[in-house]
Design a protein around this ligand. Structure first.
Ligand code: PLP
Length: 396
């Protein structure tokens, strides 16, 4: 029965029954005329989630990491300079990928727990008078630390410097959970995946590409074949795919988009904020500390939480799984052993979050953490109970 428990890792996320059923389809011929009817509306509707009009949606059978690779290989050439800040495991991994592709990566080192430093980007861009920097890469939601960065501020810094670099954003763990504004933030490529906010199985990288980034393909010389945007766009234009499409995920995506539309994106974001606030109330009641340095950086999809001095967060996560059959995120990279993570994104309700808080409390009590059993749960209960729309109405 433990496989009935919800997951509290920040991705892959819980797959609602409705989406599991939607993905359960018999093989179909992707060259048959009816494939167009399934796929074309998916591409069109996905634009809503990115909040774009002119952005081009491009998908690949891949995870988010493949999306990163598609992003850089389509737009950059060996030796090109890119500007990136490192403040967690995911920004680190994107940097590593750029280096392995022979890009010249100008890195701004930031403490883990902080976010994208718009002021430092502006400085670096202003200093780059001959425009060597071709792209600024930003992780919107750093899943390792539970930090959300201000993409509008990064765009503001680029504009203030009058710099023509492209802006590439990793929104794998934010899209469909937290507000994202592709057009308004002047993003050139946004990279996401199927297994987080879209609540689907892993296997589809989902990108949104600006006209400026599309134009860059013509002169960019990094090698690409499987991930060539042009092959994908050419095939998609006639409703097809340049190779075998991940059919089940496309069906799942059609249904996931329906679910997000029915709930309404604003409500989806509000629900994530609410769930995250409940978790943060619990963290405060335990007397523990978030890795995110200040409230403006708090992520609504994942919380990274320091364990008290002298405790090992790996043992806590192991205890929750071994004793209670519930998965939480371990501390990644610099945070290993020091912090654990509660994923609170995707298909999740107040009640599910309470079950996660209750479980991690039991694991903490088992390991003699200095916390009072029930304290975090009670704080979250009180928050959830008193902030329901109907409660507020009754009190008015
Ligand atoms: C999950 C995630 C990725 C992609 O990881 P994959 O395992 O390749 O899907 C990239 N960036 C962030 C911020 C993520 O949370």
């Amino acid at each position: 029965m433990p496989n009935q428990n919800p997951l509290f890792i920040p991705g892959p996320t819980n797959i609602p029954d409705r989406l599991r059923h939607a993905m359960n389809v018999q093989t179909q011929d992707h060259r048959a005329p009816d494939f167009v009817k399934t796929f074309a509306p998916v591409l069109e509707k996905t634009k809503t989630v990115f909040a774009t009009r002119d952005g081009q949606i491009i998908t690949f059978p891949a995870s988010g990491t493949g999306g990163w690779e598609a992003c850089i290989t389509n737009t950059l050439s060996p030796g090109d300079t890119v500007l990136v800040a490192r403040y967690g495991m995911f920004s680190h991994r994107w940097i590593d990928m750029c280096q392995r592709h022979g890009l010249d990566v100008q890195i701004i080192e930031c403490p883990w727990g902080s976010g994208a430093p718009a002021d430092k980007f502006e400085e670096a861009l202003k200093a780059d008078t001959d425009h060597k920097i071709k792209a600024v890469l930003v992780t919107h939601n750093e899943t390792a630390t539970g930090v959300k960065s201000d993409i509008a501020a990064v765009r503001g810094a680029m504009d203030a410097a009058g710099h023509p670099a492209m802006l590439f954003v990793d929104c794998v763990s934010s899209l469909g959970s937290m507000e994202f504004q592709f057009d308004n933030w002047g993003v050139d490529i946004a990279v996401s995946g199927s297994q987080k906010g879209f609540m689907l199985a892993t296997g589809m990288a989902i990108l949104c590409v600006s006209p400026k980034a599309l134009a860059a393909i013509e002169t960019a010389t990094l090698p690409r074949t499987f991930f060539d945007f042009r092959d994908m766009m050419k095939a998609n234009a006639s409703g097809g795919f340049p190779y075998t499409p991940p059919l089940n995920l496309i069906y799942g995506m059609a249904e996931a988009l329906k679910m997000l539309e029915e709930e309404g994106l604003e409500n989806v974001y509000a629900r994530h904020h609410r769930l995250a606030e409940g978790v943060r109330k619990a963290v405060a009641a335990w007397g523990l500390r978030l890795v995110a340095q200040s409230p403006d950086l708090y992520s609504d999809s994942v919380s990274a939480i320091y364990v008290p001095e002298g405790f090992d967060s790996n043992k806590l996560v192991a205890r929750a799984f071994d004793a209670y059959g519930v998965s939480f995120g371990i501390g990644l990279g610099e945070m290993n052993g020091k912090a654990f993570r509660i994923g609170h994104l995707g298909s999740l309700t107040d009640v599910m979050v309470l079950s996660g808080l209750a479980t991690i409390e039991m694991a903490m009590a088992d390991l003699d953490y200095p916390i009072a059993l029930g304290s975090g749960v009670a704080a979250a209960q009180e928050y959830f109970r008193t902030t329901r729309a109907d409660t507020l109405k009754a009190a008015a």
